[in-house]
Write a protein that binds this ligand. Structure first.
Ligand code: WT7
Length: 648
């Protein structure tokens, strides 16, 4: 990170005003209403958050809204509450008792519906199971499960008794489980015999067995039967979920916990070295996920809300479980792959259950585009009223496709910027208030005060690319990296004095809209100009023959860095003429400065299991280096050989 001024070349001028009918019924229904909320929060954050916190149920009221300077701010000190109580019990006092909390479909097509009353009973019983295994407040519990309702039951049961859950995405390996078990010193692991993914069984229990050889702190394993395939059960250590539940009563009052009591640890990959155990706490996290769900997704009692993320990622923690359930929402969950048994599965689900709000990732949207419009067009998607995007910058062309083909030009799109570390959405349109622009996450939510700065922390003017920072603390900010507070301080608070900085480059336009340009580690330096890889990718994807693109720099004698583009096509193999044509296309779209030096066609790009392109690997390949990077988070190893073979 030498000089941080990043030249922005993305020119996007289309704007979309919220449909009047949407604004009329929205929680926040006009730009003025949004501005008032944002200004109030900025001018007196303690008062704003103190008032908002009344929307939670407290066992004991807090004495102080916020105490201490960022990064050591504590929220709602003196207050006692329980996240599980706020997501479940409090709805039992209302008509929502018999409302569906979870509408679930398994990959093979089996279905289940749990009302809030059902969820309460299961959570209470499983909390008693955990107690029976000796789990007490503060103990860490690993959850390694597919997307079945019991993953939410397990989370809320931990929260109910103050145990700290650490969910490991079901696609991770035994080694990853062992490493996380050890780092968290987990006492119990909750898993299943297996899970379904594209018709094949993922052997979760077998991976747990392998991990436990290397993680000695784990005393008990609870195994839910999902696939029915026989698995090894070690007597004394391993227990069947249903057998323990049969013995457990449904009487388990939620434990009143300090607002700052740890709620969960979630490991996120660092750019180097071991994963970072991001720690979130009870009061601030529950409040922020509840409020942002309501504002951003405009949740109403008759919505069927579907966030397609796996619960193993932060998106699933905050926007499948805690945020929507704290609002008493009906949440849709689907266990399997979007292309099983065919590429129409998501659209079939939307039609079948009449989903109203759909929240997914740009990487998924680009797959839908590649699979073809005929899949969504086979289904009636008219129940949809709002669409969301999260995980990376969405290319304007993908945004337009989402708007037209899925949203029928009727549904607002909320492009939500946030991070595992921020816990909740930070910058996003409010669908009834904000004029959207394809590719921009628009404005900060109330209580969020971002800026674009230089490395010295000076604010940059409109349209200058720089570092995206937060200048004020917010309730769902990570509190530490588990067991390594020094690394926490160094990673997020040492780079820019007085600010939170988690690595993204961005610019703000003349209307105050934020345009995130990706990780600053990914920025190209071409002939002294710093360019965002994402902007070159967007230019490539705007070409009809390009399905997906990943752009990296490579050492170049003259320019310092040259631009290498890995491109997958919507069809056909690609030839030299197309390479030339694509170089021209980028040049025309964004200028000579950004003309690619190298185009390499490939059938697939290396991605992490959460869908992020692993640019580190591509940089090695572009530079002709043998692999030196860690590849344990790579989803498909075969892709590396294909990429090497994609010579220019
Ligand atoms: C990074 C955080 C937050 C849930 C999923 C990812 C990128 C995320 C956007 C967006 C542009 C985005 C950023 C961020 N990112 N959402 N709407 N526009 N970039 O969580 O794995 O912690 O990744 O994802 O680079 O820093 P995560």
């Amino acid at each position: 990170m030498s000089d941080v001024n990043i030249t922005s070349v993305l020119q996007e001028t289309r704007t979309f005003v919220p449909p009047a009918a949407f604004s009329q019924q929205a929680h926040v229904g006009s730009p003025a209403a949004y501005h008032e909320l944002w200004e109030t929060a900025k001018n007196d954050p303690a008062r704003f958050w103190g008032e908002q916190a009344r929307h939670l149920d407290w066992f004991e009221p807090f004495q102080h809204v916020m105490e201490g300077q960022m990064p050591e701010t504590k929220w709602f000190t003196g207050g006692k509450l329980n996240a599980s109580y706020n997501c479940v019990d409090r709805h039992l006092k209302t008509w929502r008792r018999n409302k569906a909390a979870i509408v679930w479909e398994g990959e093979p097509g089996d279905t289940r519906v749990l009302t809030y009353q059902d969820l309460h009973r299961e959570v209470c019983r499983f909390a008693n199971v955990l107690k029976g295994l000796g789990v007490t407040a503060g103990d860490r519990v690993t959850i390694y499960m597919p997307l079945v309702p019991e993953i939410v039951i397990a989370m809320l049961s931990c929260a109910r008794i103050g145990a700290v859950h650490s969910i490991i995405f079901g696609g991770f390996s035994a080694d990853a489980v062992a490493e996380r078990n050890n780092d968290a010193q987990a006492k119990v692991v909750i898993t299943t015999d297996g899970g379904w993914r594209r018709g094949k069984e993922v052997a979760l229990k077998a991976a747990v067995d392998e991990s436990l050889v290397k993680s000695p702190t784990v005393r008990s394993v609870v195994v839910l039967r999902r696939t029915g395939t026989p698995v090894a059960m070690e007597p004394g250590r391993d227990h069947w979920w249903d057998e323990l539940m049969a013995e457990a009563t449904a009487d388990c009052p939620a434990t009143p916990l300090d607002s700052e009591h740890p709620l969960f640890i979630l490991y996120t990959s660092g750019s180097t070295g071991k994963p970072k155990g991001v720690l979130h706490t009870t009061g601030g996290y529950t409040l922020a996920t509840m409020l942002t769900s309501k504002w951003v997704f405009d949740l109403k009692d008759d919505d069927l809300y579907w966030c397609t993320a796996d619960v193993g990622w932060i998106t699933g923690h905050s926007y499948v479980c805690y945020g929507p359930l704290a609002n008493g929402t009906t949440v849709m969950m689907y266990e399997g792959a979007p292309n099983w048994p065919d590429e129409g599965r998501f659209w079939e689900l939307i039609e079948k259950y009449k989903v109203t709000i759909f929240y997914t990732a740009p990487t998924a949207i680009r797959s839908f585009i590649r699979w073809g419009d005929q899949w969504p067009q086979k289904h009636d998607l008219s129940s949809l009223r709002l669409l969301g995007s999260v995980g990376e910058p969405i290319n304007p062309e993908a945004w337009m496709w989402y708007h037209k083909v899925i949203g029928a030009e009727r549904c607002p799109i909320v492009d939500t910027w946030w991070q595992t570390e921020t816990g909740a959405i930070m910058i996003s349109p409010l669908p009834g208030a904000t004029t959207t622009k394809p590719g921009s996450c628009t404005h900060p939510l109330p209580g969020v005060v971002p800026d674009i700065v230089t490395k010295q922390g000076e604010s940059l003017p409109a349209n200058s690319g720089g570092l995206l920072v937060m200048k004020q603390p917010w309730p769902s900010m990570l509190r530490t990296l588990y067991g390594d507070h020094e690394r926490f301080l160094k990673t997020y608070f040492s780079e820019i004095p007085g600010c939170y900085f988690a690595g993204d480059g961005a610019r703000r336009d003349a209307d105050g809209c934020f345009w995130v340009m990706g990780r600053v580690d990914d920025v190209l330096n071409v002939s002294g100009h710093r360019l965002s890889t994402m902007e070159v990718e967007s230019a490539l994807v705007s070409h009809p023959q390009v399905a997906e693109a990943a752009v990296v720099g490579f050492p170049h004698e003259i320019k310092g860095e040259g631009i290498c583009c890995f491109v997958s096509l919507t069809g056909g193999d690609g030839d030299d003429a197309l390479k030339q044509h694509l170089k021209e296309h980028v040049r025309r779209q964004i200028g000579a400065l950004a003309t690619p030096d190298m185009i390499r066609f490939t059938s697939a790009l290396p991605k992490t299991r959460s869908g992020k392109i692993m640019r580190r690997l591509l940089r090695d390949i572009a530079a002709g280096r043998e692999r030196v990077q860690d590849t344990t988070t790579l989803e498909d190893y075969g892709v590396l050989a294909k990429l090497r073979a994609s010579e220019e």
